[in-house]
Design a protein around this ligand. Structure first.
Ligand SMILES: NC(=O)C1=CN([C@@H]2O[C@H](COP(=O)(O)OP(=O)(O)OC[C@H]3O[C@@H](n4cnc5c(N)ncnc54)[C@H](OP(=O)(O)O)[C@@H]3O)[C@@H](O)[C@H]2O)[C@@H](O)CC1
Ligand SMILES: [K+]
Length: 222
């Protein structure tokens, strides 16, 4: 599915079907947390704790939901946000507030040194940096975070798409998150089928976010 179409599905679910964005994000995050937990339990590299890297948009918002559900599933979780929480808006801001009030550990990374210090070598790293709103190669600290994550020995999980990968063309940026598992929402993105994308995606699992079948049918999603 093309980036533009998957974004339209979210938009129509909210604007025409009256679903709440928060509900879609909850479904997305909960589904992703369950897939991450299953992978951690079955893989020898699947470590506890889990480090969740959160970016400025709704992909970052998914990260706060995932953190809350992984804690409920018995994982020790910490969140590294690349932006101060007061810069978040909408559903991402709401979920960051819930996580903060719930006492989840949230650190705000301001430099490459912070990232180097705070991402442990053997923990599972979850990429909630950039999703379908990404344009071009990851800039500044976003590129640094991907580079740091790729150096670690633990499992890597990308949420919706690996940061740095163009989800329409499948072309990787010079710095692209190298996932063992990509949990993607609604449907596989068009670029995922391209040979260039394969080394960055790992296993791909699709998680539904609860939008009605009638809407999926309009977009020819099985
Ligand atoms: N209800 C829904 O819609 C649902 C959405 N869901 C989730 O939301 C995701 C889409 O969220 P999103 O649209 O907020 O975009 P996302 O990629 O998180 O961030 C955009 C931000 O990144 C920035 N930025 C851009 N490029 C950059 C770069 N190269 N390097 C650095 N920064 C860059 C950009 O800044 P700007 O370019 O505007 O200055 C902007 O601030 C989707 O993938 C799925 O995970 C699910 O929860 C299901 C329900
Ligand atoms: K991502």
């Amino acid at each position: 599915m093309k980036r533009e179409d998957v974004r339209r599905v979210d938009q129509i679910a909210i604007e025409e079907y009256g679903m709440l964005g928060l509900v879609l994000m909850e479904n997305a995050g909960r589904g992703a947390a369950e897939r991450i937990a299953a992978l951690c339990h079955e893989s020898p590299r699947g470590a506890n704790p889990v480090c969740i890297l959160c970016g400025p948009g709704n992909n970052g918002g998914d990260g706060y939901v995932i953190a809350r559900h992984l804690e409920l599933l018995g994982f020790s979780v910490h969140i590294l946000s690349l932006v101060p929480l007061d810069r978040l808006t909408g559903d991402a801001s709401a979920n960051a507030s819930i996580a903060a009030r719930a006492g989840l550990t949230i650190q705000i990374a301001k430099s490459d040194e912070d990232l180097d210090r705070w991402i442990a070598d053997d923990e599972t790293v979850v990429d909630c940096l950039l999703g379908t709103g990404a344009t071009g190669a990851p800039r500044g600290l976003y590129g640094d975070a991907v580079t740091q994550a790729n150096k670690r020995r633990g499992l890597r999980v990308a949420i919706d798409l690996p940061t740095g990968l163009d989800c329409d063309t499948g072309a990787p940026a010079e710095v692209t998150f190298r996932a063992d598992l990509t949990v993607t929402f609604v449907a596989e993105k068009e670029g995922f089928s391209k040979p260039a994308a394969k080394p960055w995606l790992g296993t791909v699992q699709v998680v539904g976010i609860g939008v009605p079948q009638a809407l999926l049918n309009d977009f020819k999603v099985a």
